[in-house]
Each structure stands twice: as C-alpha cells, then as structure tokens.
Design a protein around this ligand. Structure first.
Ligand code: TZP
Ligand code: MG
Length: 219
C-alpha cells in the first residue's frame, strides 16, 4: 500500500466526524450510522474524558465502530492510541503535540494515514517534515469538547498558514457548526471536523447532512 494521495486526502477531510462514547447523547453505534447516512467523509475514534472506556472495553467498542465504517467505505482513524490502531489495522492515526513524536508514529504505522494537530506555523512545518498526511488546526472557535483546549484562533489562523505556503491537506476543528463552516472553508480549509455538532445533535443524520451541504456547496 502507498501513502494516501493528497488530493484524495483533501476529499476525505471534507466532513470529518470525531467521536467517543462520552460525546454521544444517543447510542454511539446509532450516532455513527446516522452520521454516515448524513454523508460524513471520514471518522475518528476519540475515546477521552471522564467515563471513557479503557482496555478490552475500549478495544471492543472501537472494533464495532470500525466495522460500521468498513461496511460503508468510511476510513477509520484512531486518536492518540497507536497500538490500538495497529491492533485493529485501522486506516490511520491522529496525534497531538503532546503525544508520541510524529516521526516515530510514522515509522510505526508505515503508509497508514497520519494526522497531526498544529496550532501555529512552526508546528505545521514540523508535522509536514515528520510525514503527516494532513494537519488539524484549531480550536477555531471556543469548544466544550476538549478539556485542555487552547485559545480559539478564529478562521484567520487558516488564512495565515495558507499565506505562509502551508499547502498540506488541512482540516479545521473546534466549535464548528453548519452556521460557521462556510467561513472556515473560505479561509482555506479542505474540510471541517466536528464532535458536538453531530454527536450531541437530536438528529445526527440531519446535523451531518447540513454540514455536508454547507461544505460541498462551498466548493
Ligand atoms: N481539538 C481541538 S478542539 C477539539 C479538539 C479535539 C474539540 C472539537 O469538538 P467540537 O464539539 O466540534 O467543538
Ligand atoms: Mg492527542
């Protein structure tokens, strides 16, 4: 297998849904199924926060979510946990600045997708040099879904990075909704990633569909 082509990566990032058991109002497997029905293009398993599953339960839950993704042709990315991603033969891994070094993760995962969170130009350039397939930039707007989130930087951070020549596939994150997704795309993002806009919605299906319509109509 070869590394994912950057144009394919850009398409996959368009509506990137991130979720773990603690984010969901409804049954998580139902939430993911509805999100896929609504048109999400990529999924990340992010099991964090108080009450998060660990060990065998985490593995089993991840496997169930992965099966849903597999059946529907949606790539399955694991947040932080490289060993879990390898054990499940996931499609990729997403790591932050406080996680394992991106170069080491790249060596461990071979050609699987590697996403790295970046908050500024230096981190973005380092992620590119380490072999990231995409970067995640945020929080763009204030978020309640990440306990240790940094200060929101607004869509300007994306415009700034693009202006500095950062042309790697880039997904924006943090407080993104169907209402503000358009301005995030206009700033130069390839896509938007969301937790609560879909996971906490009364109808994850409709929430995903609205985001998909906004992002795809913005092309
Ligand atoms: N990283 C930066 S903000 C964030 C993460 C994981 C949380 C995004 O969640 P929401 O609910 O879409 O604001
Ligand atoms: Mg992390």
């Amino acid at each position: 297998m070869a590394r994912i082509a950057s144009e394919v990566m850009r398409e996959r990032l368009k509506v990137y849904f991130i979720m773990g058991s603690t984010n969901c109002k409804k049954q998580p497997l139902e939430v993911l199924t509805e999100a896929i029905d609504g048109g999400i293009t990529l999924f990340q398993f992010r099991e964090k926060g108080s009450g998060a599953l660990v060990g065998e339960q985490k593995y089993e839950f991840a496997r169930q979510l992965q099966n849903i993704c597999k059946k529907r042709g949606i790539p399955f990315i694991v947040n932080d946990d490289v060993e879990l991603a390898l054990a499940l033969d996931a499609d990729g891994v997403h790591i932050g600045q406080d996680d394992e070094d991106a170069r080491i993760v790249r060596e461990k995962i071979g050609d699987k997708i590697l996403g790295v969170s970046a908050h500024n130009l230096k981190e973005a350039q380092a992620a590119i040099a380490a072999g990231a397939d995409y970067i995640g930039v945020g929080p763009i707007y204030p978020t309640k879904s990440k306990e240790d989130a940094k200060k929101a930087q607004g869509p300007e951070i994306i415009r700034f990075l693009r202006g500095q020549g950062v042309d790697i596939p880039l997904v924006a994150i943090g407080g993104i909704t169907a209402e503000n997704a358009g301005e995030v795309m206009n700033a130069g993002a390839d896509g938007v990633s969301v937790i609560s806009a879909i996971a906490s919605a009364a109808s994850p299906f409709l929430a995903a569909k609205q985001l998909v319509q906004t992002v795809f109509n913005n092309d």
